[in-house]
Design a protein around this ligand. Structure first.
Ligand code: DSN
Length: 426
């Protein structure tokens, strides 16, 4: 008989309490439904299924074949695309596989500057993407906080990249995909959108649609999409690879074949079928009216939050938001992102310190904090609650050295949030 671990279950309970009583404002987090949590914690974790549905390297895969096929079909329907691979274990894994399929080592890539809101896997020198490929970056305009497509075009003409990457982890504005495609075509580059953050909003038509313009799209499934932690790769239209790679019969491989094999065996082993089942449920949920209502509220809440901060004299990068997140610039408040994050955490308000464009501090200190509304909207917070959230944050930041005031905010936050149950729990 296996001895019961008494420690981890207690720690899970402790984490559940933290999630229930706190305010979750990390822009990349969310709360899954009970059915998604159940699938992610199901017996499917026991199964090895290297390969793809119908083409596995193990037997006993007939059930997981049905599950993975359904996940693929649902993701295709949700985003209205021709091809999806649902196996990447994370967004970074999806990105690694995509780059392996499309680029040669040392190829040039042009992405959005990490220090302006981009992502590590878009060419950062401390990530595989900047070590294996030669990376160049575009950024935002110092005055407006917006990316200028002219600058992207100029950088693309100067560097002649093999791939242009659009997408971010801390940019609150939308992307002009037709412009980016025109730039990519002009310099002979592929265009790749990483929609990890705004995927849910894009799926409901609340932001510009990258699919008709981008050769490749990658995403995570756990941010605004509100599924389990994981990634996927999508193509609106499959196409013959331009690298001359052929199969045994001499026919050109389609990109889908190159991408599939870059995921497995290229960069991963066995797929996580329990997570793939949870992704299938997330796509099913994302096709319901309730989900549409939810993402509309996420976007509304972010706009209200940005305006409420500006009304209180805070600077928001780009003076607002189009999506689910905003970047609070604390330079004029004489506070670092680290100080703000720590004080807010003491009040059970969870955020992350974040570089702001042209920041003069380090990523460990930063001059900003990033706030997102995906998770608190799942908890059920609407317009009036958001004003209260801004009030709490303002009180903490104004009383950063006053433990008594911060403790008072914490008590108010805990009491308030107990009224909004976690969806994960039945
Ligand atoms: N770490 C994620 C985020 O917080 O945006 C991106 O990978």
């Amino acid at each position: 008989m296996i001895k019961q671990d008494t420690i981890i279950p207690l720690l899970i309970e402790k984490e559940k309490k933290r999630q229930t009583e706190g305010l979750e404002l990390i822009a990349s987090e969310n709360f899954v439904s009970a059915q998604i949590a159940a699938a992610a914690g199901s017996v499917l974790t026991n199964k090895y299924a290297e390969g793809l549905p119908g083409k596995r390297y193990y037997s006993g895969c007939h059930v997981v074949d049905e599950i993975e096929s359904l996940a693929i079909e649902r993701a295709k329907t949700l985003f209205n695309v021709e091809w999806v691979n649902v196996q990447p274990h994370s967004g970074s894994q999806a990105n690694a596989a995509l780059m392996m399929a499309v680029l040669n080592l040392g190829d040039k890539i042009l992405g959005f500057n990490l220090a302006h809101g981009g992502h590590l896997t878009h060419g950062s020198p401390i990530n595989f993407s900047g070590k294996l490929y030669q990376s160049f970056f575009y950024g935002v305009n110092r005055e407006t906080g917006y990316i200028e497509w002219q600058e992207v075009a100029q950088k693309a003409r100067e560097t002649k990249p093999a791939m242009i990457i659009c997408g971010a982890s801390a940019y609150s504005r939308d992307w002009d995909y037709p412009q980016l495609r025109a730039i990519a075509d002009e310099v002979g580059a592929f265009l790749w959108a990483d929609i990890a953050h705004p995927a849910g909003l894009i799926s409901q038509g609340l932001l510009n649609n990258p699919f008709p313009y981008c050769h490749f799209v990658t995403s995570t499934t756990h941010k605004t999409l509100r599924g389990p932690r994981g990634g996927m790769i999508l193509m609106a239209k499959d196409f013959e690879n331009p690298f001359g790679k052929t199969n045994k019969k001499g026919a050109l491989h389609h990109m889908s074949a190159l991408l599939d094999s870059a995921v497995f065996p290229g960069t991963q082993g066995g797929p996580l079928e329990h997570i793939i089942a949870a992704k299938a449920i997330a796509c099913y949920e994302a096709m319901t009216k309730d989900y549409k209502t939810y993402v509309i509220q996420v976007q509304k809440n972010a706009k209200i939050m940005a305006q409420a901060f500006m009304d209180k004299g805070y600077k928001i990068v780009s003076d607002g938001t189009d999506n689910h997140l905003l970047l609070l610039d604390l330079t004029q408040k004489n506070l670092s992102g680290k100080q703000a994050e720590t004080a807010l955490q003491a009040a059970d308000i969870t955020t992350n310190k974040n570089l702001i464009p042209f920041d003069t501090t380090s990523p460990q200190v930063t001059s900003g904090i990033r706030l997102g509304t995906a998770a608190i909207t799942t908890r059920g917070l609407v317009e009036g609650d958001i004003l209260l959230v801004v009030e709490w944050i303002d009180r903490v930041l104004k009383n950063i050295a006053d433990d008594f005031q911060i403790k008072k905010v914490k008590q108010e936050v805990n009491k308030y949030m107990r009224n909004f149950p976690l969806t994960t729990v039945d």
